[in-house]
Ligand binder design. Structure first.
Ligand SMILES: NC(=O)c1ccc[n+]([C@@H]2O[C@H](COP(=O)([O-])OP(=O)(O)OC[C@H]3O[C@@H](n4cnc5c(N)ncnc54)[C@H](OP(=O)(O)O)[C@@H]3O)[C@@H](O)[C@H]2O)c1
Length: 265
């Protein structure tokens, strides 16, 4: 029997009731799809607010419509700025919510000709993607450390990285690819430290996903890339959400980066 794209997804194997998941970048793309999947699985949610208030409100309304029994909140968080990240997690604690799970999805990916990339752009990409991953992980872990042990863990983290940080992609994204390589090795080194406090961290490295991040990719590049994917199609963000929820709940997985790219060469 042919398996359609939607029937390929598990119905709802997850139960997040009684827990809170914090999702950076939760107002759009992969982050929003992860939030929607958690809402359907009965979990409370905190998303980092989009810099666009209308986008934040739209996401909050959509998540509440999915499940009226859960708590859904948004607080501001500029992931590359320590004071902002600290305030974000303080706001979560002050709201009386625990941080049981974290999905860190916030990131940027400008495509710029290699010789037109300058220090300002490199600093911006690395500040958001690399420093952001460190700061969000650190402050989430400081809260998770206070949780009682549940099974093996007090808290579980998935960082959304990228296959670009493993295979590299193209010189137009030299800064992005390098930042995502940093994310991938950070998963490994953070796992060694966080495991001392019964906190689990793994990485999800997506390939090509249909989100706003790729909205400006020229059609010829899109076509060329599609031809390299063994599954012959891009993924939808909802599929990355299923992968992320699996990674948040898989037993005995620690410090791994899993590529979800449909097969690619
Ligand atoms: N789409 C893909 O093909 C693909 C492939 C591999 C990896 N990824 C990774 O997946 C993650 C999510 O990307 P996406 O595809 O879902 O793109 P997206 O829809 O553009 O989402 C990115 C999110 O990150 C937030 N963000 C950006 N800079 C931030 C900052 N400094 N502080 C706080 N939030 C910030 C954005 O918030 P605003 O609304 O405020 O801009 C937005 O919510 C990224 O880490 C990306 O590198 C994506």
């Amino acid at each position: 029997m042919p398996v359609s794209r939607s029937t390929g997804l598990a119905k709802n194997v997850f139960d997040f009731s009684g827990t809170t998941t914090v999702i950076t970048g939760g107002a759009s793309g992969i982050g929003f799809s992860c939030a929607a999947a958690i809402a359907k699985a009965g979990g409370n949610l905190v998303i980092s607010a989009s810099r666009r208030p209308d986008k934040t409100q739209k996401a909050l309304d959509a998540l509440k419509a999915l499940n009226s029994t859960i708590q859904v909140q948004a607080f501001p968080c500029e992931v590359g700025q320590e004071e902002s990240v600290k305030s974000f997690f303080s706001a979560i604690e002050q709201a009386g919510l625990t941080t049981d799970y974290l999905i860190h999805s916030a990131g940027i990916s400008p495509n710029t000709d290699f010789y037109d990339q300058n220090q300002q752009e490199w600093d911006m990409v690395h500040n958001t993607n690399n420093t952001g991953a460190f700061l969000v992980t650190k402050y989430a872990a400081l809260l998770m450390k206070k949780n009682p042990v549940n099974g093996d863990f007090r808290g579980r983290i998935v960082l959304v990285t990228s296959t670009n940080g493993i295979n590299s992609w193209d010189p137009v994204s030299a800064h992005y690819d390098a930042s995502k390589a940093g994310n991938n090795i950070f998963v490994r080194v953070a796992a060694e430290k966080l495991s001392e406090d019964q906190i689990c961290i793994n990485g999800l490295a997506p390939g090509w996903i249909n989100t706003d991040l790729n909205a400006t990719l020229p059609p010829d590049v899109r076509e060329k890339e599609s031809a390299k994917i063994w599954m012959k199609r891009w993924a939808e963000p909802e599929e990355m959400a299923v992968c992320a929820l699996h990674l948040l709940t898989m037993p005995y997985l620690m410090g791994q980066v899993v590529m979800a790219d449909g097969g690619y060469r």
